[in-house]
Design a protein around this ligand. Structure first.
Ligand SMILES: NC(=O)c1ccc[n+]([C@@H]2O[C@H](COP(=O)([O-])OP(=O)(O)OC[C@H]3O[C@@H](n4cnc5c(N)ncnc54)[C@H](OP(=O)(O)O)[C@@H]3O)[C@@H](O)[C@H]2O)c1
Length: 364
């Protein structure tokens, strides 16, 4: 292994980029060498607040990809740009971090998967919760047979998506955000696959999906202001239903249920339930045959997935894992190939709303 650090280009200098800049800057094997975005002011702001030196700034992404010392690209633009950004980075033979959702339709998903396969570069998708400490603990316990043979998993994404979010304008529109389960709930869908995977670093393969959509918020200009616990009028409305509920059959016989609730009047929450023939999980509360004397829930003190604030998410662990994969020529469990299966569930829900029938997977 050479002593040279891997050079990182950050593309899309918004909110999430702040976390990738921090994480790549902290990793001893990487350095930020370039930032590109729509506006040069955003690039400057990111570099200045992080105290970075010797970083090239661009408003032309294709030009940034030509910079000699760029080895990794972190795509932090809004979701409707991820496909074209990923294809360009693959053609330039860069390893790629792709924020979720990676694509806004099945054609994009296929095109980017094919481009990455052809270029044979490494990828990781921003399903950062896989490194949340509660997730890590539960996956280790699943691998240790703490719950026996798992037969049912439920995960729910509960977050009132607010218009203060810099990405809200792209997220709220049907054309660029597509659905609540694609832009937000995809974290719960990925967690469902992760906990249904039998093994420490395995996620389960979905084979069938059935879903309903509903809720009250679509098209409404009244918005909930969570921090002030009040309502205001004049907000730009969501163009799709903010509530979805889906059932998933996996190829290992586990059944899954997820919901996306982007209109709940309460603080952010991400409940997890796992049921096996030797134990159960309710968030960080455990009931297991491994504790034969237990008379009440065993509660694990840990960091819960209970915040939508990106500063709370374990991006450092995600980035360190990705750099390790690149340096040691390993594929990540959270690569684009794996993320295709998570995204297919969100797209299958949309197909189900059209047909009213269960949708068989895979779709690609
Ligand atoms: N994994 C997670 O937990 C997590 C959390 C939050 C967000 N995300 C995802 O991360 C992505 C970005 O979200 P965000 O919250 O960071 O949004 P954001 O603050 O709006 O940042 C997006 C940035 O992309 C830039 N951009 C927009 N159009 C562009 C274009 N045509 N060319 C180049 N740059 C362009 C904008 O740059 P300018 O400032 O230069 O105009 C903006 O700063 C979304 O897909 C979102 O779903 C993931």
């Amino acid at each position: 292994m050479s002593d040279k650090k891997l050079g990182v280009l950050i593309h899309g200098a918004g909110r999430i980029s702040t976390q990738y800049i921090k994480a790549f800057n902290n990793n001893p094997n990487t350095e930020i060498v370039a930032v590109s975005s729509r506006r040069i002011e955003s690039c400057k702001q990111r570099v200045e607040e992080a105290g970075l030196k010797n970083v090239e700034l661009y408003t032309d992404y294709e030009k940034a990809l030509k910079q000699d010392n760029v080895d990794i690209v972190a795509i932090c633009t809004p979701q409707h740009l991820h496909c074209e950004n990923t294809i360009s980075a693959s053609e330039a033979k860069k390893h790629i971090v792709i924020e979720k959702p990676v694509a806004i339709n099945l054609d994009e998903l296929k095109a980017m998967r094919d481009a990455v396969r052809k270029a044979n570069v490494k990828t990781i998708v921003g399903f950062v919760l896989r490194w949340n400490p509660l997730f890590e603990t539960l996956k280790a316990m699943i691998a240790d047979n703490a719950f026996g043979n798992i037969y049912f998993v439920e995960v729910d994404y509960q977050n009132y998506i607010n218009s203060w979010w810099s990405g809200y304008e792209a997220v709220r529109k049907k054309e660029t955000g597509v659905s609540a389960s694609l832009v937000g709930g995809v974290h719960a869908i990925d967690a469902l696959r992760w906990f249904a995977g039998r093994g420490r670093y395995k996620s389960a393969k979905p084979i069938e999906v059935f879903a309903y959509k509903g809720g009250f918020r679509m098209g409404k200009t009244e918005a909930y202001v969570k921090d002030a616990h009040r309502w205001r009028d004049g907000a730009k409305p969501l163009e799709y239903e903010a509530f979805e509920i889906g059932l998933v059959k996996f190829d290992n016989d586990i059944l899954g249920k997820f919901s996306t609730n982007s209109e709940c009047i309460m603080p952010y929450s991400f409940p997890i339930e796992i049921f096996g023939d030797r134990g159960s999980v309710k968030d960080n509360r455990i009931w297991s045959h491994k504790y034969p004397g237990q008379t009440g829930w065993v509660e694990i003190p840990t960091i819960m997935p209970e915040s939508g604030d990106v500063r709370h998410h374990p991006f450092q662990a995600e980035v360190d894992h990705f750099v390790d994969c690149i340096l040691n020529d390993k594929e990540s469990h959270c690569n684009l190939e794996d993320a295709v299966l998570t995204h297919e569930i969100a797209f299958a829900c949309l197909m189900c709303y059209e047909t009213g029938e269960p949708i068989k997977l895979p779709l690609l």
